[in-house]
Ligand binder design. Structure first.
Ligand SMILES: [Zn+2]
Length: 208
């Protein structure tokens, strides 16, 4: 192999390596960007969302403000942290589109991004569902965090009928006429469950 051929092979090898390096780092960058949480916030809430879902985040912030106002009316409270609401995309949401949850310890609420709800679930999981359930999940945070400050909680914990009952009461009866019409039968079911002495709501329908 003469010097010229050797030089040309070396240049090719270096060019290939650089191209490969750029390809890998670029792919990694694109991947990490799609995994990254973006956020908007106000004085009480931080909404974490995925790229391209700003409209969902703004809508969620409106639901959160509504949830805060409604809850303050019925259950005046003060939180020492902002509540973080996570809006998962389809790829990272492993639960049913009918579910959502709150973690009072971390002051977090978790939802599937509204525009990512699959078509067949949208009939039920609509704007009203989000509005009502953001209130429900939000209520868990101040009520449970306040309960921690009581001796009762350390002795007995919080029964489900209280946790879920107060969240459902405020979200159904203290919000809007539209919500009341759509969800009143849940509250009736819940009352029967409590009267029967049960502390667990086994009827999955209750959480839908
Ligand atoms: Zn709940």
């Amino acid at each position: 192999m003469n010097k010229e051929v050797m030089f040309s092979s070396l240049t090719k090898a270096i060019t290939c390596s650089i191209l490969l390096f750029l390809l890998i780092t670029n792919a990694f960058l694109v991947l990490s960007q799609s995994e990254e949480w973006l956020s908007i916030e106000d004085e009480h809430f931080i909404i974490k969302y995925k790229a391209g879902k700003e409209d969902d985040a703004k809508l969620m912030l409106e639901y959160c403000k509504f949830a805060h106002n409604v809850t303050m009316e019925v259950y005046p409270h003060e939180l020492d942290v902002k509540v973080t609401v996570y809006l998962y995309d389809n790829k990272s949401w492993t639960r049913s589109p009918y579910s959502c949850w709150a973690d009072a310890t971390k002051a977090e609420i978790h939802f599937l991004t509204p525009s990512d709800v699959p078509g067949d679930a949208r009939r039920w999981v609509d704007n009203l569902w989000y509005q009502k359930n953001v209130v429900h999940e939000y209520v868990h945070i101040p009520t449970i965090r306040d309960l921690w400050k009581t001796e009762y909680y350390y002795s007995f914990g919080a029964p489900d009928w209280f946790d879920e009952g107060i969240a459902e009461y405020i979200s159904v009866f203290c919000t809007t006429e539209e919500i009341l019409q759509k969800y009143e039968h849940y509250a009736r079911n819940m009352r029967t469950t409590v009267i029967n002495g049960s502390v667990f709501f086994e009827d999955y329908e209750l959480y839908r």
